[in-house]
Design a protein around this ligand. Structure first.
Ligand SMILES: [Zn+2]
Ligand SMILES: [Zn+2]
Length: 260
């Protein structure tokens, strides 16, 4: 009893202490005026993604004449997801936010990310919408302690009121890290590793992850969800690699959950 009272006092003290701490920029840790806001320097470096972009994967096009068109890659190999949208280009300070989510103050950063994602995904939050995070294999979950996609998904669910099913999709085996793999290798790496464990039939799935790289993981997840009867699968991420001039092996892990 005494121990519990002491621990309650401790946690109340921790909360009070957290409330006293000034809010910090999610990009660089500098003290900022408002909770969940970037400092001026980081804000100036953010590259918000806007149309024109590929109607399917959301890859930005330089030329407005291409609006509503599909990129060459989506024409050649249409992905299993209906569309993918990301709030920001994957470059500093967004990279740091994504890395810090894995190693730092997850809940706070997930809230910052969800705020940006709610804006980009606004058209997808209809009555049949269901948020499903890209799963982590249970061994990786055990290693890391949490699935960052699930943290972001929960923050997004709280913000939008859209239900979330954290275990609708499960990963049946751990896969090797995809850093350094070619695009083809990344697709082969995640083929057949997902399984649907909760009903998704007729739902408009909002598949959530932190970063979109080649889309291999999202493609495998979407194919599995559609085979189980999902009406739509749209991928919503905080950031995406913008491919203009980039090659797959320069890119980060295949989404952060793709490595596992
Ligand atoms: Zn900053
Ligand atoms: Zn595309």
């Amino acid at each position: 009893m005494l121990a519990r009272a002491a621990s309650a006092t401790r946690s109340a003290a921790a909360t009070a202490f957290a409330l006293m701490l000034p809010p910090r920029c999610p990009g660089c840790g500098a003290i900022v005026e408002k909770d969940d806001s970037f400092c001026h320097a980081c804000w100036g470096q953010l590259r918000f993604l806007t149309p024109p972009w590929c109607a399917i994967c959301g890859e930005p096009f330089g030329d407005p004449a291409h609006a509503a068109a599909r990129c060459r890659r989506c024409v050649a190999e249409p992905p299993a997801y209906d569309a993918a949208r990301a709030a920001l280009a994957y470059a500093d300070p967004v990279k740091r936010v994504v890395l810090n989510l894995k190693h730092g103050d997850g809940t706070h950063l997930a809230r910052v990310m969800a705020a940006q994602m709610a804006r980009v995904g606004a058209g997808w939050f209809g009555p049949q919408a269901l948020i499903v995070p890209v799963p982590l294999h249970r061994w990786r979950l055990w290693e890391r302690g949490y699935n960052q996609a699930a943290l972001i998904g929960r923050a997004l669910a709280r913000r939008t009121g859209i239900p979330i099913s954290v275990d609708a999709l499960v990963r049946t085996r751990a896969t090797p890290a995809s850093g350094g793999m070619s695009r083809t290798e990344r697709f082969a790496n995640v083929e057949g590793v997902f399984r649907v464990a909760r009903p998704v039939a007729g739902r408009a799935i909002v598949l959530v992850d932190d970063v979109l790289t080649t889309g291999a993981t999202a493609h495998a997840c979407a194919a599995t969800l559609k085979a189980a009867g999902a009406a739509h699968v749209n991928l919503l991420t905080f950031a995406r690699v913008v491919w203009a001039g980039a090659r797959p092996h320069d890119a980060p892990e295949e989404t952060s959950n793709g490595e596992s």
